[in-house]
Design a binder for this molecule. Structure first.
Ligand SMILES: Cc1cc2nc3c(=O)[nH]c(=O)nc-3n(C[C@H](O)[C@H](O)[C@H](O)COP(=O)(O)O)c2cc1C
Length: 310
């Protein structure tokens, strides 16, 4: 998730644990090149101890191969292809979810890619761009190619993030797909994850986006590990503090820093009973020192959501 789950976030959340694989924000070709900051984000020296899969947003084998070669040169053996990004600026150019109504193009790109790259390819996809029926011809095409896994986010592109992800379609996709199927969408609690796995025992992974931003302990909780309140607050303080420290090193000036941390707190505030007041408190900070003090108060003292006492 661009702007959130770059290397700084991945390393910090990895200290909490529970996550097997990190899918990095997508890389695309712009004016024939890959942005240096996108390559730096996945460089091994910035991802110590993390299992990272780079992701590409492309609508031609040439562009995919350019990204594949760059990540292979860093030692990566897997690339994930984004067929899910719903933003109109992307989708209108037949990128991301915008490619889903064009299975013949997907077929052609995969054939060309396979012939020229040794990287193993996984696919992240929505059900369609305009209609959820688009998924079936795409599954047929994917079945003809060598794909490591398909990660299904069961919304259509036109929905953006509205409505609920339709996990009910999963059994049909598992039945029709020749490949391993992973699930993504709206996993916010360990209970939801357990129910999904119970109903779909062959699903190989859960990919979690916003749920992990709202609760960095979610992956641990799904794996049945819980922390007592004291440890949880201390780990959270370390996590939030590490991200702040590294963002402060990276960003020029308090304004940029406070803006960046506010975008995180739009999600992190959900961990507290009075989420609205937590976000408002962070938004009102005008200096780094004020931010540090207020955040310490919130993280170590405020009542956590869903708990009986402070
Ligand atoms: C700000 C933002 C950036 C995202 N960037 C990516 C991306 O680069 N690659 C990707 O596969 N999905 C991306 N997503 C989509 C998420 O991976 C995920 O499919 C979506 O949020 C639904 O899952 P969730 O309910 O677990 O968040 C992004 C989502 C958001 C909100």
């Amino acid at each position: 998730m661009q702007g959130y789950t770059e290397a700084i976030f991945r390393s910090a959340i990895n200290q909490i644990g529970g996550i097997d694989v990190y899918y990095a924000p997508f890389i695309r070709i712009e004016n024939g090149e890959i942005r240096k900051k996108h390559l730096a984000d996945i460089a091994p020296e910035n991802n110590h101890g993390l299992q990272v899969v780079p992701q590409v947003l492309a609508n031609s084998a040439t562009e995919m191969l350019q990204v594949a070669n760059a990540v292979a040169a860093m030692g990566y053996t897997e690339l994930n292809w984004n067929l899910g990004c719903p933003f109109p600026m992307v989708a209108k150019r037949q990128l991301g979810a915008g490619l889903l109504p064009h299975p013949e193009t997907i077929d052609r790109i995969l054939a060309e890619f396979e012939a020229q790259s040794h990287l193993s390819l996984s696919v992240k996809m929505r059900l369609g761009y305009v209609s959820a029926d688009e998924v079936w011809p795409v599954i047929d095409v994917l079945n003809r190619h060598s794909i490591k896994e398909i990660i299904v986010h069961p919304r259509i592109g036109k929905q953006m993030y509205n409505g609920a992800a339709d996990s009910g379609v999963l059994p049909d996709i598992v039945a029709k797909s020749a490949h391993a199927v992973a699930y993504n969408g709206d996993t916010r609690t360990a209970e939801q994850a357990h129910l999904l796995i119970e109903k779909n025992p062959t699903v190989t992974h859960l990919m979690i986006g916003r749920g992990l931003l709202c609760n960095p302990f979610l992956a641990l909780e799904i794996k049945g590990q819980t922390l007592n309140g004291y440890n949880r607050r201390n780990q959270l303080m370390n996590f939030v503090g590490t991200i702040a420290e590294r963002q402060l090193d990276r960003l020029q000036g308090a304004g940029h820093f406070l803006q960046k941390m506010t975008t995180y707190w739009e999600y992190w505030s959900a961990m507290f009973d009075d989420a609205h007041r937590a976000l408002k408190t962070v938004k009102k900070c005008r200096t780094v020192e004020e931010y540090t003090d207020k955040v310490q108060d919130i993280v170590l003292g405020w009542k956590m959501a869903g708990t009986a006492s402070a």
